[in-house]
Write a protein of this length. Structure first.
Length: 350
């Protein structure tokens, strides 16, 4: 704040000489035009110059600085009509007072005439009309500049907020996954099965390497996501055994041209496992079907809700929000008597 005040003060020190010089040149030009037959430095020429200079400086002062004070009480963006009414009313009243005081002072002290002899209509009507026109132009410009700055500020804040939300959504990973994986690894160690434990650790490392590598990416190729899903499913199969049966249709050669948000497919598999009961006798069936023509990926699981599980829908809402940053195509969610289905759009570059 202190630095801003010093900057404003320094600018005002520079602006004053410039404006006074400009007012002097303007008054000089008016004097040459209105007193063409007057010799320079004559009393009439100097009177005309002084009259014009006082007019110009007075109108500049009352119309140039107070609008900053008005901005503190009525903003263009929050109260545009009130701001406009205050500005125009102030400009006309203040300009009227300047015109009256300058004219009255010269009438009384230089021309030694009474105020009743002033040509009121000529003195006030044309200058006030001129002030109103200039004031409308300046306030229209101020309004447009203020509106533009507010729009730029709003757009920047919305972009920063969207980036922050997207980053938060991208980094969300179920904390129970690591806990369950470590429990499964403990069982393998206790069963003295080093081969399976080693493979489990490698697949767990692949999963978290993918999570870390994809944090700064908005989309990944479908092939990368499916390879990650295979590592994720290996961990789940190790933990659940035959209680989970997943069928994944491979997309073929064009897997690298189709894109999805990272962890999108894994989220749907995770939701299916979290909210549905599964056992060795009655396994949970999940199918991942890919339609390259329609550019859709369909994940369907048998519907067998857990008794103690309550779904908040947060994961799916986050997934829909992530797609909302990338495309206008919606994430479709369907529920039948026997299946829960989510259809993801497959994106393409360009």
């Amino acid at each position: 704040m202190k630095q801003s005040s010093q900057t404003s003060y320094q600018r005002s020190k520079v602006a004053w000489p410039i404006m006074l010089g400009a007012m002097s040149l303007l008054a000089l030009g008016i004097s040459f035009d209105s007193c063409q037959d007057c010799p320079i430095l004559s009393a009439d020429f100097l009177a005309s110059f002084g009259y014009s200079f006082c007019y110009a400086v007075g109108l500049w002062l009352v119309n140039g600085y107070p609008p900053a004070w008005i901005d503190q009480h009525a903003s263009w963006t929050r109260q545009p009509l009130m701001r406009f009414a205050w500005s125009i009313s102030y400009a006309l009243v203040a300009s009227f007072l300047v015109i009256f005081l300058v004219s009255a002072a010269f009438q009384l002290f230089y021309y030694h005439q009474i105020l009743r002899d002033l040509p009121w209509q000529r003195i006030f009507f044309l200058p006030l009309l001129f002030v109103a026109i200039i004031s409308l132009f300046l306030h229209s410009r101020s309004f447009l500049l203020g509106w533009r700055d507010a729009a730029i500020q709003t757009e920047r804040l919305e972009k920063e907020s969207a980036v922050a939300r997207l980053d938060s959504l991208r980094r969300q990973v179920d904390p129970h996954f690591l806990f369950n994986s470590l429990n499964a690894l403990t069982v393998l160690v206790e069963e003295n099965d080093p081969a399976r434990a080693t493979r489990f650790i490698r697949q767990l490392a692949k999963v978290y390497r993918y999570v870390l590598d994809s944090q700064e990416r908005e989309v990944v190729s479908l092939g990368e996501e499916l390879a990650f899903v295979e590592s994720y499913l290996h961990l789940q199969r190790t933990r659940l055994g035959e209680g989970i049966q997943v069928e994944i249709q491979q997309p073929g050669a064009n897997a690298d041209t189709l894109l999805v948000p990272p962890l999108a497919v894994q989220l749907l598999l995770e939701n299916a496992l979290k909210h549905n009961a599964t056992s060795q006798r009655n396994p949970l069936h999940i199918t991942v079907a890919i339609d390259t023509t329609a550019r859709e990926l369909r994940v369907a699981n048998t519907l067998r809700p857990r008794v103690a599980s309550e779904s908040t829908g947060l994961g799916l809402r986050n997934l829909q929000a992530r797609y909302g940053f990338l495309t206008d195509q919606p994430v479709r969610i369907e529920r039948t008597a026997t299946e829960f289905i989510v259809v993801l759009p497959l994106l393409m570059l360009g």
